[in-house]
Ligand binder design. Sequence first.
Ligand code: SF4
Length: 218
Amino acid sequence: MDQDFVRTTLETLGGDACVTCSFQVEDMIVLDWLRRVRPEIPVLFLETGYHFAETYEYRDRMVREWGLNLINLEAGQSVAHQESVFGKLYQTEPARCCQLRKVDPLMTGLSDYSVWFTGLRREQSPTRANLQTVEKHRLPGGKVLDKVSPLAAWTWKEVWSHTVKNGIPYLPLYDRGYRSIGCEPCTTIPEDGAHARSGRWGGAKLECGIHTFSENQG
Ligand code: SF4
């Protein structure tokens, strides 16, 4: 996979494309290819209000340096309001918290597009083992779009080899041992030898729902 794959895919599929980006290392590889082919591509970031300070700093740095068309997708209520009504949902009902702060905003955000690029890889967790590079997905509202994951078959080693070789800046949290980085309250450093997403939600779940809410039609 390379920049040419991204260019050809955009030409073949046509329509309006976007990329979701949590500013993790895989997303940055896909984004680096996309920005060279289509600099104005919308970069959808799930602004949950719970990210690490380092993630916000890195996001803002890369937006400046790469001239990204960043679109922050926000929940219907602020973190302060949500916590005043429900308390810390990430402790008591993480599925509901993810639904409110990630899944619902993404469902709305994706309705404007017909092609959705991601940085997903099969190796990231057992829940992603059958991931295909291009899949048709049906959103709950009925819209069908193409979900494109150019790194589906890539290994962690390949990701880092490409990142270093191409001088792509990366989120400094990786240097502290994090492997899969999301909201701060739900992200820990995985045990040695465990798969990357075992450090999310204390191992209680593996997916926040943004890659399982749509119906995979193959
Ligand atoms: S990852 Fe944690 S803090 Fe973020 S939306 Fe999900 S439960 Fe809430």
